[in-house]
Write a protein that binds this ligand. Structure first.
Ligand SMILES: [Zn+2]
Length: 337
């Protein structure tokens, strides 16, 4: 499929991190304005190589952006710019995630962080028409009481167009999910939607833990689900959507090559899969490019892009009515075949 044709298609993204999607020039400008020493070359500090040592290595590329994301102005600006970049490639709805506890190193509290991101996203919706929601991330290496506090902030801000869900992120190879059980129980108790990064740096047992212990309704990545085919049936029957990020999955060595990526097999098996960027800057990609790579590798055409886009709309952390409305918008803008 020609990349320009993909760019024009209406799209939905469920898995993109704010702090790994900051424009490199913006990091430079914010750093200069805040008096932070910046490396001479910004891009090598922010963009991960095509092959990292592992997930932990990939995650080091977020450090520089986080240094500048400690003020309301900076957070509002990067949220606005991310939504602007998404709108430029046809995004109609996106869920943007980040960990507010990483942005309180100077003077902000978590509420101010969430409000600043909200202000940027609302302004972008006004200017570019792209609808968004925030997903708040607990971090695997954080103590359980901090995750509990993060979940409380997420719930307090749970409203259409503001916070829409809770996530668990960070280095899955080293840290299990069980310390975050009370945070996820809290979200589950009030009916707040939940997703968990699993089956990326750890095996299928991590996906099982995400589904059974943390009661995740979506899985971030889920590449290693294939290690335990007994999980396929519950994932399919309960419609647990996999938020897959092909380029990132190769970079972090969750898969050896794009050709070995299970997304095409999963889709043919009837598992709900969606395509995502993970980090537009860290993975040096766009959703358009992710689809172009899948088209080149697996021969995906309009049908596959449409199916994964509608699956993303159906799995968005929205009400049933809003999901139906999103599907209607996608179908209305979809080119006639
Ligand atoms: Zn992620």
């Amino acid at each position: 499929m020609p990349i320009e044709a993909i760019r024009r298609l209406p799209k939905v993204e469920l898995h993109v991190h704010l702090d790994t999607s900051v424009r490199p020039c913006t990091v430079g400008e914010l750093g200069a304005r805040q008096g932070i020493q910046m490396p001479e070359q910004l891009e090598p500090a922010l963009i991960a190589p095509p092959l990292c040592d592992n997930l932990a290595d990939y995650l080091t590329r977020v450090d520089l952006a986080l240094q500048v994301l400690q003020t309301e102005d900076a957070l509002e600006r990067v949220a606005y710019e991310l939504a602007e970049d998404m709108a430029a490639e046809g995004m109609v709805y996106a869920e943007i995630r980040y960990a507010p506890q990483l942005c309180i190193r100077r003077s902000l509290n978590m509420q101010q962080v969430i409000d600043a991101v909200d202000a940027g996203l609302r302004a972008a919706q006004q200017d570019f028409g792209v609808r968004t929601g925030q997903i708040i991330c607990c971090l695997r290496h954080d103590p359980s009481h901090l995750s509990h506090e993060v979940a409380q902030y997420a719930i307090a801000n749970w409203a259409p167009g503001k916070v829409v869900g809770l996530d668990l992120a960070a280095d899955e190879a080293v840290y299990g999910g069980s310390p975050h059980r009370t945070a996820f129980r809290l979200a589950r108790g009030v009916g707040m939607p939940r997703t968990v990064h699993a089956g990326e740096a750890a095996g299928a047992e991590s996906v099982r833990e995400a589904i059974e212990l943390l009661e995740a309704q979506r899985i971030g990545h889920g590449v290693n689900l294939q290690q335990d085919p007994s999980l396929f049936a519950p994932v399919r029957v309960r419609h647990i959507t996999l938020e897959m990020c092909p380029t990132s999955n190769v970079q972090t060595r969750a898969v050896k090559t794009l050709a070995a990526h299970p997304i095409d097999r999963y889709m043919r098996y009837g598992l709900p899969v969606t395509v995502n960027t993970d980090g537009r800057t860290t993975s040096n990609t766009t959703l358009t490019r992710e689809f172009a790579r899948l088209s080149e590798q697996f021969g995906w055409g309009l049908d596959q892009v449409k199916q994964t886009t509608l699956d993303a709309a159906s799995s968005a952390f929205l009400s049933e009515e809003e999901r139906a409305e999103l599907r209607r918008i996608i179908l209305e803008r979809w080119p006639a075949e």
